[in-house]
Design a protein around this ligand. Structure first.
Ligand SMILES: Cc1cc2nc3c(=O)[nH]c(=O)nc-3n(C[C@H](O)[C@H](O)[C@H](O)COP(=O)(O)OP(=O)(O)OC[C@H]3O[C@@H](n4cnc5c(N)ncnc54)[C@H](O)[C@@H]3O)c2cc1C
Length: 337
């Protein structure tokens, strides 16, 4: 069975790996017009943080299952001999909020607990609810390469190609899994997907090796995510903005906010700025439809619109898209008997 996976961000590559590993007889080609550093996925903070309140329109139980499936994948990878090559590693750190945590994190991450008043004073944390936990942070450039290598190892192909319509694939492929992120607006005419612009400042600060996330009541999210060579400072959230040029005023604001939480960032040299557009859709689209073109039908399974949690939910949603494909392939082969 010839299967095309459209998209080479974290969602497309994870889906292709899962299909190759779980759908017998699948001959997989990944096609995309952008790869590695050209994608949104490559520059993201890579923090596995199932902040499920950031996603609307999906039942909480489904979100939690996607997060737990992804957690099992990322945590076992970080604990394995492939940790360095895949860019995954355990990092401990702090979550500071004005409101209490909703009870999801403690089921999903490691060593989750609330800090005592005395600990908060020692650390000079000002917010009302402060927690400490251990999670995985993934260096996305390495991880995308690791996923692509796994696809090729399992006999999959990777092709640079820009599609104008999924119907171009009719008659050549029997199924397509559509993981095109923000490209869905043009590729399948989905007006429900939009960009939420995010900007990061990358600094050199090897002495900062814990993560910090602060969420205020008015929705401002500030974070410090250490990677092996740089520390990512964020964040910003501009709905509908698509300018990929870094805004230096916003960068100054990010630096000011992060230094308030982590004064140890004083003296950290700026290495780079990065801007990405979160592909945001309510709800995340995981569903199937049949398209007709070139006189043939093609099964389409959509998997896009992960917004602020694309890395966190990537493996769990890839498993669901794979399951839909597997069930369809099975019923198709039964009906041919
Ligand atoms: C500043 C910032 C920080 C972030 N930090 C985190 C974090 O810490 N944790 C987390 O979980 N998430 C984070 N995210 C969110 C995460 O980056 C995204 O949700 C995720 O990268 C989306 O992945 P994707 O594969 O759907 O899309 P993309 O990476 O955008 O990939 C889309 C792919 O589809 C292809 N495509 C599109 N249209 C076509 C077409 N017509 N023909 C061929 N190919 C096509 C593109 O070429 C590309 O390969 C962050 C985002 C930003 C902006």
């Amino acid at each position: 069975m010839k299967v095309a996976v459209v998209g080479a961000g974290v969602v497309g590559l994870s889906t292709a790996v899962n299909i190759l590993e779980n759908v017998p007889g699948a001959d997989v080609t990944v096609m995309a017009d952008k790869f590695e550093e050209e994608t949104t996925s490559s520059g993201a903070g890579g923090h596995f943080r199932p902040n499920l309140n950031h996603i609307d329109g999906v039942p909480k139980a489904t979100l939690k299952r996607w997060a737990m499936d992804s957690r099992d994948h990322f945590f076992s990878l970080a604990a394995s001999g492939a940790s360095s090559e895949s860019g995954t590693g355990f990092v401990s750190g702090y979550l500071l909020q004005d409101t209490p945590e909703g009870g999801v994190l403690e089921d999903i991450v490691l060593h989750f607990r609330r800090l005592s008043q005395q600990e908060m004073e020692r650390l000079n944390f000002k917010q009302r609810y402060c927690y400490v936990y251990t999670t995985v942070i993934t260096e996305m450039k390495k991880y995308l390469k690791w996923l692509a290598a796994r696809i090729v190892e399992r006999g999959g192909r990777i092709q640079r190609r820009k599609l104008s319509s999924l119907k171009e694939l009719c008659g050549v492929y029997e199924a397509v899994v559509n993981c095109c992120g923000l490209g869905a607006r043009q590729l399948v005419g989905d007006t429900n997907i939009h960009a939420v612009r995010g900007q990061l400042v990358k600094v050199r600060a090897p002495w900062v090796n814990m993560f910090y996330t602060s969420e205020t009541k008015d929705g401002v999210s500030t974070y410090v995510y250490p990677h092996s060579n740089v520390v990512n400072l964020g964040g910003t959230r501009q709905v509908g903005e698509t300018n990929l040029e870094p805004d230096l005023n916003l960068a100054d604001d990010i630096i000011r906010r992060t230094k308030q939480i982590v004064p140890a960032l004083e003296g950290a040299a700026i290495v780079d700025h990065w801007v990405g557009l979160r592909p945001t859709r309510t709800p995340i689209r995981i569903e199937q439809e049949v398209l007709h073109g070139n006189g043939k039908d093609i099964m389409v399974i959509h998997n896009y619109g992960h917004g602020a949690l694309g890395i966190t939910l990537s493996w769990g949603t890839a498993l669901d898209a794979t399951e839909i494909l597997k069930t369809w392939a099975l019923s198709r082969s039964r009906s041919k008997l």
